[in-house]
Design a protein around this ligand. Sequence first.
Ligand code: FES
Length: 134
Amino acid sequence: MYNQKVLEAFAHPQNVGEIENPDGEGTVGNATCGDIMRITLRIENDVIKDAKFQTFGCAAAIATSSTATQMVIGMTVDEALKLTNARVVEELEGLPPQKIHCSVLAEEAIKKAIEDYRAKQQGKNIDKSNVEYV
Ligand code: FES
């Protein structure tokens, strides 16, 4: 079902965990399966220096989050906002069609974390108690 690259990313995921006092954090749920993804970011001068993820998700969610976090480290926040789940899936050389929805979690959680970062910069505080289902 999964290709070798996805299996490798699942078996040895990178950037698992949580950044303490993150500059941005985002949690989203998947409306299809109910799984949840949380991304925390360390951002300096609009450049993502570190990204970590935690998930209650499947192998595809873990593989795509590992890959997405690796891809956004070093990007500016504007570049990271343009990262699509399709690009992450391409990096992993494909996912089974029924698993594409799992790859949306990382994209959306990264976007939400950047939204949180920008809100904090403007002195606003986003209510993070509700999980948004995408
Ligand atoms: Fe829920 Fe994959 S089945 S994230």
